[in-house]
Design a protein around this ligand. Sequence first.
Ligand code: NAD
Length: 497
Amino acid sequence: MTDHNPLLETARTTGTVPGLPDGHFIDGRFVPSADGRTMESYDPGSAKPFATFARGSADDVAAAVESASRAFDTVWRDMAPAERGRILMRASAALSDRAGEFAVVESLDSGKPYSEALGDVKGAARAFEYYAGACDKLQGDTFPLGPDYLGYSINEPVGVTAHILPWNFPISTAARGIAPALAAGCAVVAKPAEQTPFTALMLAKLLSDAGLPSGVCNVVTGVGAEAGQALVSHPLVNHITFTGSVPTGQAVMRAAADNVTRLVLELGGKSPVVVMDDCDLDQAVDGIIGAIYENAGQICSAGSRLVVEAEIQDALIDRLCQRAEALKLGHGLTDPQIGPVNSAQQLEKIAGFIDRASNRDVSVATGGKITTDPETGLGWFFEPTIAVCRDGSDELVQQEIFGPVLAVQTADDAEHAIALANSTEYALVAGVYTSNFGLAHRMARRIDAGQVFINEYFAGGIEVPFGGNRKSGFGREKGMEGLLSYCRTKAVAGRIS
Ligand code: NAD
């Protein structure tokens, strides 16, 4: 464990956390659903429900969007940017102070190991800090029209922004969208995934306590086909940031088309980790293990394909198997090295991939089975798995499994490795391990991905733009580019003489 946290003990002994929010956060306060409906959230580590939350409908979404629209027009859009920044900075500090509490809730709700959840919350606090500092630096431009004219541009906030969040990184995804939206002067309505509603609700309340005016940040909980669909279809929504699967992203894009609403889509991935035979093997082993087993592989940017040069393949796989087999599985709140997967549905999906592979040219080098928490015999767990695939069109190579399954492909040389890296319909991120500086950067240019990591998978931070190409989506979050997603350019030009 990384710190002393009494709430961790409470959650471990009682299986829940006292005082979790059970309403939507609309117009500065928690409210029940208009129709009174609720639903349950499950602890993936025990497969048991641990808390109830509101199941929102189109009526709740309408109330939230109208509140955001009002707050945008009357209080937030025209607040001095430096003042907006101060509020976001106070929120960042409060989130850092309460990181342990948020991490317990995140770990219980999503299943992820407590230390990983703590890292996510600290990363969320950092996102608010970064964008707090950007509020009063969002400058426009001037245009050289000659002495008789003045031409300039203003970065205006787009208005009401909708944020559809996934269950794998609930607080991180909420923060990386909400912080820049608020910094730009937008008002927010977020819809967390139905599997992980709590930290987004807690964040909205924390922002309010930090001085954010009522209505500027609202959260409506519930299922995608109801609350989510209503939110992305609402005519007062001016921008959508969607993070989730490709089919849902396509549905969101269709809904956005009806109102001509702009959007950023952060979708799936099947990201390659390219390992050349001149790499530092220890560094590569550490990188690959983290790339595929962090959050039990449920990461859009997981390194779920290993593309390795033939000379070192066997030695590398041996070492990876030893490391995978030694990983300590357990309930997220016991801070294991690998936690459960998020839902029974997700577990079934992962197991289906491995079951089907038994009829094909695939060797499962380690893992491959459903299991449970060794301490309690409960929960939705899958063994850390490595599968060597000889056919590049195999579904283990081509499809996003979203679990702790590494698909291995063999490369003859650098050109072949690049071709394999680019051989799926996804293009989110890629990792390259080599000691050849020039080759690393040539590969970074030639691999189709939104972000390339060299000699450290997941290198980067809130400063670095993140997003995908092709079926991985479009638009970028994080960095200053992420902030500009929430702005629209107004150009002004006039005669001055
Ligand atoms: P999902 O698409 O099922 O759900 C994502 C969100 O969309 C949830 O909040 C859900 O309630 C909502 N939703 C569902 N139907 C909707 C609809 N018709 N209209 C509006 N909202 C709707 O995805 P998931 O299974 O929760 O998440 C896993 C997927 O997300 C993976 O494919 C993963 O790669 C992707 N992901 C991508 C990133 C990224 O940044 N690129 C980050 C995390 C996850």
